[in-house]
Ligand binder design. Sequence first.
Ligand code: BGC
Length: 606
Amino acid sequence: MSAPTLPRPTAPAAVEERVEAILARLRLEEKLGQMMMGERASTTPDDVRSHHIGAVLSGSGSVPGANAPADWVALNDALWAASTDATDGRAAIPLLYAVDAVHGHANVRGATIFPHHIGLGAARDPALIERLARVCAREVLATGLDWNFAPTLAVVQNVQWGRTYESFSDDPALVAAYAEAFVRGMQGTLDDDGVVACAKHWIGDGATNEGIDQGDAVLSPEALEQTHLPPYLAALRAGVLTVMVSFNSVNGIKCHAHGALLTGLLKERLGFSGLVVSDWDGVDQVADDLDEAIVRAVNAGVDMIMCAADWRRRLIGLAAGVASGAIPMARIDDAVRRILRVKVRAGLLDRVRPAERPWADSETFGSAAHRAVAREAVRRSLVLLQHNDDVLPLRPGQRILVAGKHADDVSHQCGGFSAAWQGTHGNDAIVGGTSIWQGIRTVSPDATLSVDGSAADPQRHDVAVVVIGEMPYAEGMGDIRPGGWITPPLPGGLFTVNLEPYGTTLQLASRHPEDLATIEAIRAKGIPVVAILLSGRPVLIDRELAASQAFIAAWLPGSEGAGVADVLFGAHDVTGVLPLDWPATAPAPDGRAPIRFPRGFGLTLR
Ligand code: BGC
């Protein structure tokens, strides 16, 4: 399908005029409704119409109908029609529909799924990121949606953090270069061919003590400025329209209530004129009393309240805060002005209904062309950590055994935020891609699959590829907490969501002894092993390294497992380098550890 003809973006002065004209007409209840974001499952078109809801989201795994692009288009079409219903003197303001297309539109059946951010960091190529974001934007547009909660701009400091894979790198300069490219690719020229991007999570999410998700980041002014701010400056430079607040605290103050960071730094000092959205019921965490929490968060600078389920309760709280005078009307007007500004700048007010938009339900969704870009990203994200005895590249004539629990599992390749929040298992939930095994078999049709390696036979196999690693996880459920599962209390009686973490050690052989057992059983038969690690972060792998000839860190490559075969058989050299330091031991609470392989490390074959 060729690109549709695109209108020119609206000039800023015209934007402001339009915003003020709409704002002047809005009744209080319309303003407060605009500040609410409801979740799909608890927000009907009637709700949108009767309460003037400004935005709807799909939480990860929350999908309409049969989860085909057409189901999404139909859903947003119905919501859009409700939001623009101008009967009874209502203001017709199109709503924004948001999703987490953080590594492709991975909630939707048949989407192209890219490597998670950490793998993309290994490619060190902002131009690639811009192309990926463009492809991702087209797939979001194919489902008729408007807003993507991406990119994550965390600069990870402790790999025990469960969201390490959402960070491009521990190098602020690389995250900044990627931030700019991603926002450009996602938003395009902010018209029918663009999707509103969201820089998240403001700020310091990657710096919490012990890497505990939603924990406290103790940040000096220098660390804030030099490490965590640069990616946001880059995203702002690229014109990012929205910023999401982080669940974590900074120096003991929850970001959702941190006026100095939300209003003082982001809006006033950096001049951010777009909207600040809270994270998933994140407002609730700033005070024991929900009404008080809403007042504090909105006064600190939250413009739109993301609600997991009960938006009604939060709308009542917001209205009560205004009625009591605890939230000044000027603050409400500022928040609504920002929301309207985003809608006008995104061209939303001039767009036709979702079902009639140029890319709606187009065949570009999950297309071969899109998958080719993802496959390129996979091969460029691979990092060769060890290479002995010239086992690589493999030759198609060789007799290849493919083993390991992740060898034939597209879901495991994709990790969290894919089909479901915590990810899923097997080859059915994610359609249209290839497992690593399928990619190898295409090049070498006589290769044998034996997941547990028991079929290994030196008479029949010249070499084995063993795909090992972590199981899918997301957010705090990926944390490694050496001290066990108790979340240390935050200062000031604040709380954090205590999700059951992944484990107590980064040592792969302790968490997943089955991987080492598979490698060692194959090696014991005298067959050389090429190990491929799927993981959301560096893990401690000394024993697995010692037992294999070659070792590749493949991160979480996504739906296009064939990109691994592209490198294994030498069709392309391996060019990825580590996007962060790979520790030799468990890190200290501040994330520091002796280094096994430094950032920038990566062997090549040529
Ligand atoms: C995550 C955000 C995400 C939001 C909506 C939260 O749990 O922290 O990154 O955008 O859910 O799905």
